[in-house]
Write a protein that binds this ligand. Structure first.
Ligand code: NAD
Length: 362
């Protein structure tokens, strides 16, 4: 059996607990993985002067594969998101977020099987912002006024929304290639092109162009983001592969997590041409940190994506079957699932005990 070295980023908040649970489950399959721990987050600021030390990027570049727990981003102040910085530094332009129903979660739907492909490097997440009251913001406001582009109030903060031909083509092509390889039938491009003609309009135009290359093989349609949200809630089974610019992808993927029973069971992957970083959709849930309470399923499902990525499909299949068995029985579930099922958290098990139940089913 091949030996794999994988960079492991425990993160903060509930990160270390769910990552420990994930590691135990993966190791219990017998796959030969060496974890190279390279942590990131606010707790590294004192020692390294940054929440994302260079060794994290170096380790991922060397190993090509990483799995991480969530990392907190202070709101409004402090450092920019470690998660966004990592995606940019490694050009992890695809954010893959599958949503599929698992029996026993108490979710509203039982027939969800869709895959959300989010562009990960552009759009309002490009990090190009001008603070309210700054000289730069004033200059930009003046420029827009002089060019007849429009009037912006002087007391405005400004965030730019760049969407490129290059970025749009490569993410839409990635979505179509994924659809082909994974036996999917349809790709839906999601946008607000009716209002944002030069950013989302460009995204839609490029999506239509790329779709022509797959005509006859993969069906293509487009939806305006608000209508798409309603369609997802009305009948998620109508959707197959969705491809979205960054911000809509972030928001709609949480909506999709809600369709299948919540953030505790929504996995993800950030994928570039060279490297891939696997992580759950959810954040660090600081209110639950250190309580052995959080649901590690999303982290473990992210490990399943990672195992498939490194060719360990058999281990991935076994873990998924074990998760389905444990959730199906419903006796060893974490507080979030218990609450959805019964309206109370009485009888819920902890993060570690849930992992034990999965290991017992492997
Ligand atoms: P969050 O996803 O951390 O949590 C929102 C709520 O969802 C929690 O309070 C909890 O009730 C529930 N939840 C989330 N994960 C759960 C789990 N595994 N088990 C059970 N319940 C779970 O969202 P937030 O509170 O908006 O963000 C907290 C921090 O995480 C912020 O600093 C944010 O920037 C960061 N964040 C990081 C990532 C990442 O590392 N990739 C992603 C999203 C948010």
């Amino acid at each position: 059996m091949a030996k794999h070295t994988v960079t492991l980023i425990p993160g903060d908040g509930i990160g270390p607990e769910i990552v420990a649970a994930m590691c135990r489950v993966v190791e219990a399959t017998g796959v030969d993985i060496e974890w190279e721990v390279a942590d990131a987050g606010a707790h590294l600021m004192d020692e390294h002067g940054t929440p994302l030390p260079d060794y994290v990027i170096e380790s991922i570049k060397k190993n090509k594969v990483a799995i991480k727990g969530p990392v907190t981003t202070p709101v409004g102040t402090g450092f920019r998101s470690v998660n966004v910085a990592l995606r940019k530094a490694l050009d992890l332009y695809t954010n893959l977020r599958p949503s599929f129903s698992i029996e026993g979660t108490g979710a509203r739907y039982s027939d969800v099987d869709l895959v959300l492909v989010r562009e990960n490097t552009e759009d309002l997440y490009a990090g190009i912002e001008f603070e309210e009251g700054s000289a730069e913001a004033a200059e930009l406001i003046k420029f827009c006024e002089e060019k007849g582009a429009g009037t912006i109030r002087l007391d405005s903060g400004i965030s730019l929304k760049p969407i490129s031909v290059t970025g749009s083509q490569r993410i839409v092509r990635w979505a179509f290639e994924y659809a082909l390889k994974n036996n999917r039938k349809k790709v839906t491009a999601v946008h607000k092109a009716n209002i944002l003609k030069h950013s989302d309009g460009l995204f839609l135009r490029e999506a239509r162009e790329v779709a022509k290359e797959y005509e006859g093989r993969i069906e293509f349609e487009d939806r305006i983001v608000d209508a798409c949200c309603m369609g997802l809630v009305l009948n998620p089974a109508n959707f197959d592969v969705l491809v979205l610019p960054n911000l809509y992808g972030d928001i709609v993927s949480d909506l999709c997590a809600g369709l299948i029973g919540g953030l505790g069971i929504a996995p993800g992957a950030n994928i570039g041409a060279e490297c891939a970083v696997f992580e759950p959709v959810h954040g660090s849930a600081p209110i639950h940190a250190g309580k052995n309470k959080a649901n590690p399923t999303a982290e473990i499902l992210s490990a399943i994506l990672m195992l498939r990525h490194i060719g360990e499909d058999e281990a991935a299949d076994r873990i998924l079957a074990a998760i389905r068995a444990v959730l199906g029985e419903g006796t060893h579930v974490t507080y979030d699932i218990k609450r959805t099922l019964t309206g109370s958290i009485d009888g819920a098990v902890g993060t570690a005990e849930y992992a034990d139940a999965i290991i017992a089913k492997l």
